[in-house]
Ligand binder design. Structure first.
Ligand SMILES: NC(=O)C1=CN([C@@H]2O[C@H](COP(=O)(O)OP(=O)(O)OC[C@H]3O[C@@H](n4cnc5c(N)ncnc54)[C@H](O)[C@@H]3O)[C@@H](O)[C@H]2O)C=CC1
Ligand code: BAL
Length: 503
């Protein structure tokens, strides 16, 4: 690639240029290699269409090599390290992340399109995540008990439990927050003592290659982490089917999640899934409007709406319906759309022309009525894949814009009346998904009662989607299986073994 400074609206840091001028290989058994077939993909800046880099495109052969390397490392040097040594490596990696946040953030912006302020935040959060799971690595412990008397006489036996790593883990991540998705799966798996084959999304291969370099620089033994960029249908599918993989952790579409479950049923691999969402945002008449207007708008528009926990079904009490709509329409209209490298950009491009076309199909359908588009509704001319933050008002529960995950900056607003919390919750829960949600009110009793009634894995009050390293995150219903982050995120990668000793 012959990229120059003219390809970007803001000068990149020298470290990012060093990365862009280098290769984007696979990481297998501690070595950076081309794909066995020699195949390469090209990734583009979604804000400009400029080709950024060729990257090694792995397939089933590379996945097999990677899984075998992970299997060897699991039975070899990695299993000989103590919990404390694993924690030290994770802390070293956290420090390296901190030292490289600018480069990592710039790569995320140009490969994914997200605004710089968000990329910087997520890069720093990833460092924190590795520190957090280093702490858990030091604290993995079992319990002791005595077996019931009908098994062995009282005083004659002891049972204790061991927490053991699941084994080789396949981790498949999407393109919407590529580096964070990789880190939130890697950190607990490594803390638990698993070895990993990571398959990043084919749309955003760049930051994972730098992640691989930092992992090797931190001193992780060869084969503990292997990174195979490649397509879902080839590399992803091969990882899911591989007999030496004990567990698949997947984040992405509900459709592919279901396919993975079916594949894993054959050999009963463990599976955890973080899938789609269509999260409710419920605004009561006593909400603090100064906070609700920007807060509810950002529940949808954060990350251009390409966010599984986006709050996209907005239920607003009739008493404040017009006021909130008007405020959010003004907020949406004020959001700066542009290249993520500009410091004031609030809305970057969507990931691809395909995603833009998909999102606009929902908008065009909404424009046909009977709902009203009260903000946005247009897609600025290319080459970037931009869509205006769009508010569709007066929607009804049966509309496609209300029922389906759009994964774009499109909000569907419905009006409700009265104060029957069960009826309001029934409206909010009328969805196949249950990932996130938020309640906006100044009444503590209403807040907690609604939080209890919303059928989602994460509910916020007077904010939306406040997640972090120590807050379990995952879905009810078709939003997934299991919880990532927190102690539950670690448990996804541990087996419990009970040992009973006749004394
Ligand atoms: N829950 C979330 O965070 C995400 C949800 N989505 C949803 O999915 C929609 C489609 O986006 P896509 O990128 O097409 O999602 P996807 O589910 O196809 O891709 C996610 C990851 O799965 C891999 N993959 C695809 N097919 C696979 C297979 N057969 N076996 C194994 N791995 C496979 C992909 O290579 C990628 O790494 C979005 O519009 C959005 O609604 C997309 C990304 C993230
Ligand atoms: N990196 C954004 C997706 C693409 O390459 O077109």
């Amino acid at each position: 690639m012959t990229l120059t400074a003219a390809d970007f609206p803001v000068e990149l840091s020298p470290g990012t240029w060093d990365v862009l001028r280098g290769d984007f290989p696979l990481l297998i058994d501690g070595k950076f290699v081309s794909s066995a077939s020699g195949a390469a993909g090209v990734t583009h800046d979604p804000a400009t269409g400029a080709a950024l880099a060729d990257f090694a495109l792995g397939d089933a052969v590379d996945v097999d090599l990677a899984v075998r390397a992970a299997h060897k490392a699991f039975g070899g040097p990695w299993s000989k390290l103590s919990h404390f040594e694993r924690a030290r490596l994770l802390r070293k990696l956290a420090d390296l992340f901190e030292a490289n946040t600018q480069v990592l953030a710039e790569l995320e912006v140009i490969d994914n399109g997200m605004p710089m302020w968000l990329a910087g935040l997520t890069a720093r959060n990833n460092a924190e995540l590795f520190h957090y799971y280093a702490g858990w690595a030091e604290r993995i412990e079992g319990t002791t008990t005595t077996p019931p008397a009908h098994v062995l006489a009282a005083g004659e036996a002891l049972t204790y439990t061991l927490r053991e790593p699941v084994g080789v883990v396949g981790q498949i991540v999407p393109w919407n927050v590529p580096l964070s998705m990789a880190c939130l799966k890697l950190a607990p798996a490594l803390a638990a003592g698993c070895t990993v084959v990571l398959k990043p999304a084919e749309e955003t291969p760049l930051s994972a290659v730098v992640l691989g370099r930092l992992i090797m620089e931190a001193g992780f033994p060869e084969g503990v982490v292997n990174i195979v960029n490649g397509d879902g249908a080839t590399a992803g599918a091969a990882l899911v089917k591989h007999p030496l993989v004990s567990k698949i952790s997947f984040t992405g579409s509900t459709e592919v999640g279901k396919l993975i479950v079916r594949e894993c049923a054959d050999d009963l691999k463990k599976v955890s899934l973080e899938l789609g969402g269509k999260s409710p945002v419920i605004v009561f008449p006593d909400a603090d409007m100064a906070k609700a207007v920007p807060g509810v708008a950002m529940a949808t528009f954060f990350l251009q709406g390409q966010n599984c926990m986006a709050g996209t079904r907005i239920f607003v009490h009739a008493d404040i319906y017009d006021e909130l709509l008007e405020g959010m329409a003004a907020f949406a209209g004020s959001m700066k759309i542009g290249h993520g490298l500009h410091a004031d950009t609030m809305i970057g491009p969507l990931i691809s022309a395909k995603q833009k076309a998909r999102v606009m199909s929902f908008v065009e359908e909404a424009k046909a009525g009977p709902a009203r588009v009260v903000a946005g509704g247009k897609a600025p001319e290319g080459p970037g894949h931009f869509v205006e933050p769009t508010i569709v008002a007066d929607t009804t529960p049966d509309m496609r814009v209300v029922r389906e995950e759009i994964f774009g900056p499109v909000m569907a607003v419905q009006r409700f009346e009265g104060d029957d919390l069960d009826a309001i919750a029934a409206m909010a829960n009328d969805s196949d998904f249950g990932l996130s949600g938020s309640v906006w009110t100044q009444d503590l009793s209403t807040a907690h009662k609604m939080a209890a009634r919303v059928r989602s894995g994460h509910v916020s009050v007077n904010t939306h989607g406040a997640v972090g390293a120590n807050i379990p995150f995952g879905g009810f219903k078709q939003s997934g299986w299991g919880r990532e982050f927190g102690r539950e995120g670690l448990d996804l990668y541990l087996e419990t073994k009970a040992v009973t000793v006749a004394l």
